[in-house]
Design a binder for this molecule. Structure first.
Ligand code: ADP
Ligand code: G6P
Length: 468
């Protein structure tokens, strides 16, 4: 029977240290079935990095990981993936730091991944590759003689051709994408931008569901990622009254809680959010001493300069807000850069009256979905959501804001804090039904159905049955 082989740079190996922060690892981890293989980077940087995968079995899932050398890591991860593709795909051309040696390192690591993976692939395995770190992996697998069905899912946004063209190797990456049998994107807008780029830059022929280049057809579709809501709701119900949540609630002294939870990343719009908070207290003084904001921003990619600078900037902005507005017994903004355990987080969401989710761009944003799933339906909190998060394509009953406008964030916070229970419940009912429909398992099912469809078997072998 065909196995499913997931491939991603970041692999949440069970029992590895630290809470996993990052939508890809969290969403995929929550829906694994026995028999699946997950291949990727071990998270280790080693002088003599072994290229034969180390294997760990846990609950029927096999994790196969390889190490990176410091040089690989610098060029591939910190360099091309996170200083070129990440800013580019989040519309931040001013942060793009393209160096040819980084691109060469990116290709070399993708080729090494392909060689190591080829060694453990069976001919009928279905291969599902994830995210911007591994765009050329499909090409290298084909080069290594693999005829397996190959799928790719992009967790981050895709950009319009006019933005993509700033990347000196845009053409190569687009044509690497067209080596897959299937590509999934988070939203219809990303599919549209990909098709348009393929037409303009590669001269590809496209239809609403496919892109054809050099006689090869790649199926493209929107497949929004989600969470696994029932267990998360259950955890939140329990964790909402846990000693940890109680510590937080007691410390509020009856004040409302507003919460933000993000990786500490410039795509998350944290400086603007902090400015929005300052404007809330400046323009609506009735909220002074009535609400406490908890912003948890887990440190991320600290080896990249722009991330370190952002951290310094946020320390300063948080200090300014608290210096300006706090009182002897009230701190408006509680700011922590630590990752928090999943149950603790669920308990915090459950006790929050507001969630502030205002990325400047985001592929999807799972924090928004987690917040909804964690609410008490009788007295739910209000979600403030950036219109530039993929989640906004669906979660229209949230208070949608333009994250570039701090006054709009402040207005939405004001509205959310005053929103009557009836309106909160009405919005929540619809949001909840959407979060419970577009789940991680629906995401899995749709992608695999597309990957198994016989009429798109133009690149690889046919698949009859898959172990899922
Ligand atoms: P991204 O994938 O860009 O990090 P998402 O919102 O899609 O953004 O996913 C983030 C995931 O990481 C969520 O599951 C969230 O709960 C988790 N996460 C984010 N920040 C933290 C944190 N400070 N502590 C623990 N988990 C976090
Ligand atoms: C986003 C990306 C993932 C990545 C995660 C955490 O969700 O789409 O591919 O794994 O951020 O980032 P990191 O660099 O720590 O893997």
């Amino acid at each position: 029977m065909a196995r499913l082989v997931l491939v991603s740079n970041r692999v949440p190996i069970p029992k590895s240290r630290g809470a996993a922060a990052g939508g890809l690892a969290v969403a995929l981890r929550d829906t694994l079935s026995p028999g699946t293989v997950w291949f990727g980077w071990s998270g280790r940087v080693m002088a003599d990095a072994a290229k034969t995968p180390a294997l760990v079995d846990a609950r029927g899932v096999q994790y196969a990981t390889i190490d990176l050398t410091a040089e690989d890591h610098r060029h591939f991860y910190s360099g091309f993936a996170n200083s070129v593709l990440w800013p580019l795909l989040h519309f931040r051309l001013e942060l793009l730091n393209f160096r040819r040696e980084d691109y060469r390192g990116y290709l070399a690591v993708n080729e090494a991944f392909a060689e190591a993976l080829a060694g453990i692939l069976a001919p009928d395995d279905l291969v599902w590759i994830h995210d911007y770190h591994l765009i050329p992996l499909g090409k290298f697998l084909r080069k290594a003689g693999m005829r397996n069905r190959l799928g790719f899912f992009l967790h981050v946004p895709f950009v319009p051709a006019s933005v993509l063209e700033a990347l000196p190797v845009a053409r190569d990456l687009l044509s690497d994408l067209c080596r897959y049998d299937v590509i999934g994107f988070q939203t219809k807008e990303h599919v549209h931008d990909f098709r348009d780029s393929a037409e303009r830059i590669l001269d590809a022929r496209t239809s609403s569901g496919s892109v054809t280049t050099e006689g090869r057809v790649t199926r493209v579709f929107a497949n929004p990622i989600g969470i696994d809501p029932p267990p998360f709701e259950k955890i939140a119900r329990r964790a909402g009254a846990s000693p940890e949540a109680k510590r937080l609630v007691d410390s509020l002294g009856g004040r409302a809680l507003a919460i933000g939870v993000d990786r500490l990343d410039y795509s998350k719009g944290l400086p603007n959010r902090f400015e929005g908070i300052a404007r809330l207290f400046g323009r609506y003084p009735e909220h002074l001493r009535k609400v406490s904001i908890l912003q948890i921003a887990a440190r991320s990619r600290e080896e990249v300069d722009d991330y370190r600078q952002l951290r310094t900037e946020l320390d300063r902005l948080a200090g300014n807000i608290n210096g300006r507005f706090s009182d002897v017994d009230w701190t408006p903004l509680r700011y922590s850069t630590r990752a928090v355990g999943r149950a603790t987080l669920a308990g915090y969401y459950r006790n929050a009256r507001l969630a502030i989710v205002t990325p400047l761009r985001d592929g999807m944003n799972l924090v928004a979905k987690e917040f909804i799933a964690a609410q008490d339906e009788r007295d739910p909190g209000v979600l403030i959501l950036s219109r530039f998060a993929g989640a906004a394509e669906e979660l229209k009953e949230a208070l949608l804001v333009n994250p570039y406008d701090p006054d709009e964030i402040a207005d939405a916070m004001h509205l959310g804090l005053l929103m009557p229970a009836e309106e909160r419940r009405a919005r929540h009912r619809i949001l909840r039904s959407k979060v419970f429909r577009t789940t991680a398992s629906a995401f899995f099912k749709h992608f695999l159905a597309a990957l198994c469809m016989p009429e798109i078997a133009t690149h690889g072998t046919r698949v009859d049955r898959v172990a899922l």
